[in-house]
Design a protein around this ligand. Structure first.
Ligand code: PLZ
Length: 454
């Protein structure tokens, strides 16, 4: 392998366009994929990756793509981060699996201890390890139901919690996540979110977080009854929904309501967790202390691992054997998590997320001054997005999002489109991206806007 094909920290940090993207080798692979892989699994950018690290994805044709997606908020510590790779490799050579439910191992306990220490609140906590974000959310609901002996679960407009049967019911958007996949799990109730951009436009005035919370709480009281609610589950900043940051005060009001009514408050930090927002967890920005926190994505630097962490008295409600799964807390994944956690704590990544956020906001605000189609700039730290609208309205402009993302992809910049209306471009690079690459990526996006809007 040539030196510059080595991934991780060794990959040269430059954007390179060697062929059209996707190039001939990627196209060949794409043709094979069409015959072999179920079409239900789609890819944003069909450039096949051979190595990645820093802020770069290198494809099978030698193109080097600037990564503004982090594999959807996973490679926050950088792809193939040396701390992650070294720990996982060492573990793989020692043993690959025992099943924690058969024979335990220390590294699982260490990750649980770290999560208990790092998640918001200094109360006594326990953790269970799982494989995916959806599985973590499912388990949080199981735990809340056993603890409260209640059934109802409150979720929000624009929410994303996963693709399994229970979490599909909790996810808001029908196509492509739910359409045709029912019947869905029962006892899931959807409340209105605080969505400042659209709330304020609809009301013609600023809707406060407290007002938005009152709207949700009225619905819960009138349509479910607080006494029947096991859990309120919410992403502190919605991810797939379009990086929607609720108005200040919304989350604290919901937490107060949950606490006053014996409802378990679950923060789904699967996408927001681990330094992404400039704090270890997004809940911290509003000083809320959730009863349970679900994590995954950034937790293990790319290996599949997820967790539910929460108050000991809630977690202890489930008896032995009630939680688990064959692979939950797999040895290689927990070793990787220990490497990733070490990186979060020792490589000043919280600070880096803040600095990346400042660059992104500066660039997109300059763009917004030129293009009023950028209706809203929002986010925290290295989790930023722009919502695109038809000029002088709040009508979504998904075609513009697609055109700009398409221009970026053709020019070796990966940017992910999201949001209920498909009109949000989100920027969530690995925290190991250089300032120079980030600026260059925004030069490309700027061209994309100029080209699409003339
Ligand atoms: N909760 C808040 O963001 C995963 C999904 C992409 P899994 N988001 C990306 C897609 O199209 O499948 C997510 C999330 C929040 C839960 C999940 C689910 O996590 O690890 O994908 O199951």
């Amino acid at each position: 392998m040539a030196h510059d094909e080595v991934g991780g920290a060794g990959l040269p940090q430059e954007r390179r366009i060697v062929t059209a993207i996707p190039g001939p080798r990627s196209q060949e692979l794409e043709a094979r994929r069409k015959r072999a892989v179920a079409p239900g699994v789609a890819s944003s950018m069909p450039a096949y990756v051979v190595a990645a690290g820093g802020g770069i994805l290198r494809d099978a044709d030698g193109n080097q793509i600037v990564d503004l997606g982090s594999g959807i908020a996973v490679t926050t510590v950088g792809n193939a981060n040396p701390r992650v790779v070294a720990r996982a490799q060492e573990q793989l050579a020692a043993f690959t699996h025992t099943c924690f439910m058969v024979n335990p191992y220390e590294s699982y306990v260490e990750v649980a201890e770290a999560l208990n220490r790092l998640t918001p609140g200094d109360h006594e906590k326990r953790t269970v390890l799982l494989n995916s974000g959806a599985e973590a959310v499912e388990n949080a609901v199981k735990i809340a139901r056993v603890h409260t002996r209640r059934n109802a679960v409150v979720v929000f407009d624009h929410a994303y919690h996963g693709r399994t049967n229970l979490t599909m019911a909790m996810t808001a958007k029908a196509a492509p996540y739910k359409k045709g996949f029912g019947p869905f799990a029962g006892e899931i109730y959807r409340a209105p979110l605080s969505y400042p951009f659209r709330d304020d436009a609809a009301a013609g005035t600023k809707v406060t977080g407290e007002e938005a919370a009152a709207r949700a709480i009225t619905l819960i009281d009138k349509q479910i009854g607080a006494d029947d609610v096991a859990a309120i589950v919410i992403e502190p900043i919605q991810g797939e929904g379009g990086f929607i940051v609720p108005a200040e005060g919304f989350l604290p009001a919901l937490v107060d309501y949950a606490r006053a009514n014996g409802i378990v408050f679950v923060a789904d930090e699967v996408q927001t967790g681990f330094a992404r927002t400039g704090a270890m967890f997004a809940s911290e920005h509003e000083g809320i202390v959730p009863d349970l926190v679900t994590t995954a994505k950034g937790l293990a630097g790319g290996l599949p691992l997820a967790a539910v962490t929460g108050r000991a008295e809630i977690m202890d409600s489930v008896g032995a054997g009630g939680l688990g799964g064959t692979y939950g807390g797999n040895p290689a994944a927990v070793a990787a998590a220990l490497g990733a956690i070490e990186a979060y704590e020792q490589d000043r990544l919280l600070e880096r997320a803040g600095a990346i956020g400042e660059i992104i906001v500066r660039r997109v605000e300059a763009l917004q001054a030129k293009h009023p189609e950028i209706g809203h700039v929002r986010g925290r730290g290295a989790m930023q997005a722009i919502e695109l609208v038809q000029r002088d309205t709040i009508d979504p402009h998904p075609e513009l999002a697609k055109a700009v993302a398409g221009h970026a992809a053709a020019n070796a910049v990966l940017v992910l489109v999201t949001g209920t209306y498909g009109n949000v471009l989100r920027f969530l690079p690995p925290l190991t991206i250089s300032d120079a690459l980030l600026e260059e990526a925004f030069d490309v996006l700027e061209e994309g806007f100029a080209q699409a809007l003339g």
